[in-house]
Design a protein around this ligand. Structure first.
Ligand SMILES: NC(=O)c1ccc[n+]([C@@H]2O[C@H](COP(=O)([O-])OP(=O)(O)OC[C@H]3O[C@@H](n4cnc5c(N)ncnc54)[C@H](OP(=O)(O)O)[C@@H]3O)[C@@H](O)[C@H]2O)c1
Length: 322
């Protein structure tokens, strides 16, 4: 089968598309024939060996896909021919992938393979952030950094579906338009978000900040929180640096900084992802979770997709088709 492989940690341009042996299922694993695979920021980090979990080259890239069950273990929830999504630590950018059954979820007929491929990493991370770690309540206000990116668009849509008011932070007019299209009530600029949030909330601040960017925005995110009770959710560090917190601010304002690590429970706790997926399905079927697809590319153009994330050009989600 064809697969996208990292053969050295030299970045997106160094990945190769080549023939490898077909995926062999281990005990309890489902084999999924991949139709579409989502490209996410962690894939980019993997090409440089910079992700927190590092695999030694050569390895097949890709953390999420949508496709058709080719084979399933005895007494499985799935049967050959079922439409599914699947998530893996790596290996989804391939003709087929073997996945533990608890990481495979049913894809409703009304959701295309391309849309399905956009869902696992971003929407399940958004769910873990907002519902698991953030304890978001309907009527609260959420500020979303990187709101035109993969995690950002998913978070905007899910927060709105859960009844929150959503304020998006973006760095360009094009990205602002996308954030509005996916459901943000208000959009503010990355350079002025602190003042803009103050104006939009009558000085009250927001209940929740979802931050996949980090870097020098972090302190201003803390200053945007409602006191008492506001919380910043730490999701990622695309901005480059890992921020530090002067904890006296948390004491003085009765606010929280909470880490959001989806991979740990998703891959380590059987049943965790199924519970999340079941919670998302009604919103998916209602059309509230409709991932914006930036581009669908043939697998041979994987380096272009990774470069778009690297250069901060992506408007929504990039998808590879097989
Ligand atoms: N915690 C978890 O469990 C978990 C799970 C999945 C992913 N993540 C992390 O979440 C982060 C976001 O992933 P993603 O797939 O949403 O990425 P993405 O699609 O590339 O979006 C990131 C957004 O961040 C903004 N940004 C600000 N500074 C940037 C910079 N220097 N370079 C690139 N983008 C910058 C951009 O928006 P503007 O240009 O509008 O600012 C961009 O749209 C990554 O760090 C990823 O590893 C965490």
């Amino acid at each position: 089968m064809r697969a996208v492989q990292v053969v050295s940690f030299d970045g997106p341009a160094a990945v190769v598309v080549r023939e490898v042996a077909a995926a062999e299922p281990g005990p309890g694993e489902v084999v999924v024939e991949v139709r579409a695979a989502g490209v996410a920021y962690p894939d980019l980090l993997h090409t440089r060996g910079l992700y927190q979990e590092r695999f030694e080259p050569p390895f097949t890239l890709g953390g999420e896909c949508a496709g058709i069950v080719a084979s399933a273990p005895d007494r499985s929830r799935f049967a050959p021919g079922d439409r599914v999504v699947a998530m893996v630590r790596h290996g989804a950018f391939a003709g087929c992938v073997a996945v533990p059954e608890f990481l495979v979820q049913p894809l409703p007929d009304e959701v295309s393979f391309v849309q399905g491929a956009c869902l696992p990493v971003n929407y399940l991370t958004a769910h873990h952030a907002l519902c698991g770690r953030g304890a978001l309540a309907a009527g609260e206000t959420v500020l979303v950094h990187g709101a035109a990116g993969g995690i950002g668009t998913a978070t905007v849509q899910l927060a709105r579906a859960l009844g929150a008011r959503v304020v998006a932070v973006t760095s360009s007019e094009e990205k602002a338009a996308l954030a509005r299209r996916v459901g943000a009530h208000d959009v503010v600029g990355a350079a002025s978000f602190r003042e803009d949030v103050r104006a939009l909330t009558g000085g009250e601040g927001v209940d929740v900040v979802v931050d996949p960017v980090g870097g020098d925005r972090f302190t201003d995110s803390l200053r945007c929180l409602r006191s008492p009770g506001g919380r910043v959710l730490v999701v990622g560090f695309v901005g480059g640096s890992i921020p530090t917190v002067k904890v006296n601010r948390l004491l003085l304002t009765n606010t929280d900084v909470r880490g959001v690590g989806w991979g740990g429970p998703a891959f380590g706790v059987p049943g965790f992802v199924t519970g999340q997926w079941d919670a998302l399905l009604p919103h998916l079927r209602a059309g509230a979770l409709d991932p914006p697809v930036a581009e669908v590319l043939p697998v041979d153009r994987v380096a272009d997709a990774l470069a778009a994330l690297d250069d901060r050009r992506a408007l929504g989600k990039l998808v590879l088709h097989f």
